[in-house]
Write a protein that binds this ligand. Structure first.
Ligand code: ATP
Ligand code: MN
Length: 478
């Protein structure tokens, strides 16, 4: 048996009682020819390994370079130095893997996030990414915990779909046809009958429509899976491949939907507060330093911990789209012509508008409801005013839209009429319409972009820094 190690996180929580333990990890630093800071990824904290002077061969000490991998057996003793409660007095040290310090790309200095993205295969070894990915894990775990406690069924919706009717975004095509010379039909178009599935298929942009099929039998379901959008948007909050959580609930109206979404977001934040406090504190510190570089008016009013605490302890503001537009029209940036994009009833609010509402006006998360039907999807429930639909978006400080959801149109005639208006082919979606034919019920759901949630909790300003290997236009490295 090789793996007889104790993880450094567990070890640091023990009392030093001269117990013998084995640790394994990578060297962060080696100083005074005797003190090794060893890290194993279980925490950002290192264990101080003491290789007593004279005890180990000079030839071995030479191999204690940054990022070399070690197996260390030793005795846990109270630390003489400051900054740590205990240290490990090494009795045996084995180098599991050498590391050439001259060539190692991660030097012990501050690297830019852009540089670290270029070496994303190694960036897990930095304190920042260690903290981010442990928090990402906790959030994913908390997602399942939340829904499991509420009796939701985790439904795996397909990743390859043939429905191109959802309209959520540009799709990536999936095909096994030769792209240089595909079979053609009589009209000269590509003949997808010859393709693997006998029709044209894509990577999913959302599992919602299939989710509704599950909800209208199982009651409450959620999906949590990869989502793909070939949108050519180079922004700090868009990825071509991202993860989305889509709960779908039978017997929920729009208000029930909002209540669930707000409870869910707060639950996730609370979970991370309780389980990743050290990592959060580290990222809060990091963010505070990053913000010092910004001009005064670009800095956040609250630190990361303060912000999360505030979100946890305050209700989200709930306003209608019409109210939101009113507020924008009364705003200073509007009057001073500071908004780049037009403001009037009917617009699809741009990031600058959303950020004004959240960061300047309300200074807290805002749920905007009842958007114009014309800018929303066909499946959203039509309101009695004939102009708006029962949609809700949650806007978060620093992020913008984090959740998009709605009550779904459960009335068959209304839904069919809307599909016709929007040129959504009803024949192709017969399976979706069947839920409205056989025991239709009021139901609702929403989509939470997982990476945007991770961004919100970690305070990372670019979405590419909260997913291990980001896929964006012109970038699919690693
Ligand atoms: P946006 O206006 O920000 O592009 P959207 O209106 O396209 O978002 P929806 O289709 O409602 O978003 O998707 C639901 C959620 O998925 C969004 O609220 C957001 O959190 C997330 N999301 C959408 N597109 C992306 C993307 N390209 N990368 C990462 N997350 C995304
Ligand atoms: Mn979008």
């Amino acid at each position: 048996m090789f793996n007889n190690r104790v993880k450094i996180k567990q070890l640091l929580a023990q009392e030093p009682k001269e117990q013998e333990v084995t640790v394994m990890g990578w060297i962060k630093s080696f100083r005074n020819n005797q003190f090794i800071a060893l890290n194993d990824g279980s925490t950002n904290a290192n264990i101080q390994v003491v290789a007593a002077l004279g005890k180990f061969e000079e030839s071995l000490l030479k191999r204690f370079t940054i990022s070399a991998a070690l197996k260390v057996k030793g005795i846990v003793v109270p630390s003489q130095g400051k900054g740590q409660k205990l240290e490990l007095k090494a009795t045996e040290i084995e180098v599991l893997g050498d590391s050439d310090a001259e060539k190692y790309p991660l030097q012990p200095k501050k690297h830019s996030m852009e540089f670290l993205r270029e070496i994303a295969h190694l960036r897990f070894r930095t304190n920042t990414f260690g903290a981010v990915f442990r928090i990402r894990h906790s959030l994913a775990f908390a997602v399942h915990k939340f829904f499991n406690e509420k009796g939701f069924v985790y439904l795996h919706t397909p990743i390859i779909t043939a429905s191109d009717a959802e309209g959520a975004g540009e799709m990536f095509r999936v095909t096994t046809l030769p792209f240089d010379n595909p079979p053609r039909n009589d009209k000269g178009d590509t003949d997808f009958k010859e393709d693997f599935f006998g029709k044209s298929t894509n990577l999913t942009v959302s599992g919602q429509l299939e989710g509704e099929l599950g909800a209208t039998a199982l009651g409450d379901i959620y999906t949590f899976g990869p989502t793909f959008r070939a949108e050519n948007s180079n922004t700090p909050r868009h990825l071509a491949e991202f993860w989305m959580i889509e709960p779908e609930m039978a017997f929920y109206d729009l208000e029930d939907n909002m209540n669930l979404a707000e409870e869910f977001i707060k639950y996730l934040i609370k979970y991370v507060f309780e389980h990743n406090r050290e990592d959060l504190d580290f990222l809060a510190q990091r963010l505070a330093e990053e913000e010092k570089q910004l001009p005064q008016d670009k800095r956040s009013e609250m630190g990361l911990i303060e912000k999360l605490d505030f979100v946890l302890n305050n209700s989200f503001e709930r306003i209608t789209y019409t109210e939101a537009i009113e507020i924008l029209l009364q705003s200073n940036p509007y009057k001073k012509k500071k908004f780049q994009y037009e403001v009037k009833w009917g617009i699809d609010m741009q990031s600058e508008h959303e950020r004004y509402l959240v960061e300047k006006h309300f200074k807290k998360p805002v749920i905007v409801t009842n958007y114009p039907a014309a800018i929303k999807a066909f499946y959203m429930r039509q309101n009695d005013d004939g102009k708006t639909v029962a949609a809700m978006d949650i806007l978060a400080p620093g992020i913008g839209e984090i959740v998009g959801g709605s009550q779904r149109e459960e009335r068959l005639d209304r839904l069919e009429a809307r599909m016709k208006e929007m040129h959504v082919p009803a024949e192709e979606l017969y399976w979706y319409l069947d839920t409205r034919r056989y025991g239709t019920v009021p139901h609702s759901g929403f989509g939470l972009g997982f990476e945007r949630m991770v961004q919100f909790v970690t305070g990372m300003s670019n979405i590419r820094d909260v997913i291990p290997f980001p896929r964006t236009p012109k970038n699919a490295e690693f």
